[in-house]
Design a protein around this ligand. Structure first.
Ligand code: ZN
Length: 67
C-alpha cells in the first residue's frame, strides 16, 4: 500500500568544502539564494573539520603534506 499523499521532501546532502590546510578560519554564508544565511566564521582550532550550524556544510582541511 502506498500513500499517494505522502510528501517527498528533498533534503540535500551537506556540501563538503575542502580548504587549504593553512586556513585557520572559514566563512560561510550558505552560498546565497534560498540556502543563504548571515555570514558566519568558524575556527578550526585543532579540528580537521567544522560544520556550519546554519546550512550544514562541512569544511574540511586538506591534509598537510599531500600532493
Ligand atoms: Zn553555512
Amino acid at each position: 500500500m502506498s500513500n499517494p499523499s505522502i510528501s517527498n521532501p528533498t533534503i540535500e546532502p551537506p556540501e563538503i568544502i575542502i580548504v587549504d590546510p593553512d586556513e585557520e578560519t572559514v566563512a560561510c554564508d550558505g552560498g546565497g539564494g534560498a540556502l543563504g544565511h548571515p555570514l558566519v566564521y568558524y575556527s578550526f582550532g585543532d579540528q580537521a573539520a567544522v560544520d556550519c550550524g546554519y546550512c550544514g556544510r562541512r569544511f574540511v582541511r586538506r591534509g598537510r603534506g599531500g600532493a
